[in-house]
Design a protein around this ligand. Sequence first.
Ligand code: ROI
Length: 159
Amino acid sequence: MSLVYIGLGANLDQPQQQLEQALIELAQLPNSTLISHSSLYHSKPIGPQNQPDYINAVALIETDLTPLALLDTLQQLEQDHGRIRKRHWGERTLDLDIILIDDQTINSERLTIPHPFAQQRSFVLIPLFEISPQLVFPDGTALEQLLTELDNDLIRIRD
Ligand code: ROI
């Protein structure tokens, strides 16, 4: 059994609804339990600026799925949301990224864990801090430390 943090992002087709629906679907994953999730946040696009703002959130699940089985399941969920991906680092209807799996480090063809850009992205770190302020990355970096070096440019959506 593993504890897994999943980053959610969307900026097309009513992104807030995409994320709310995705959270319901994460709660229904096979052999898994949704433990908690952050609020939803508005964020400015990282990468090309000529695309809509994003909605982002982070969820924590407990799962018996292997990392690759979980990846397959999340990619299927993205497809079910009619994932359109027009270009690299471009707009999408739903993006589900595995951020962390316990304190594992994985470098395989399909999967790099921790997510390679997680430590630089406020749209991951700020929602993560909301649900796990004490979190430490497998390389020993404290989440709290990363946040002191970062602009908080996210706007939390009231629920
Ligand atoms: N920018 C923001 N703000 N949120 C995202 O989820 C996101 N996802 C991406 C890129 C294109 C890098 N930019 C993003 O994949």
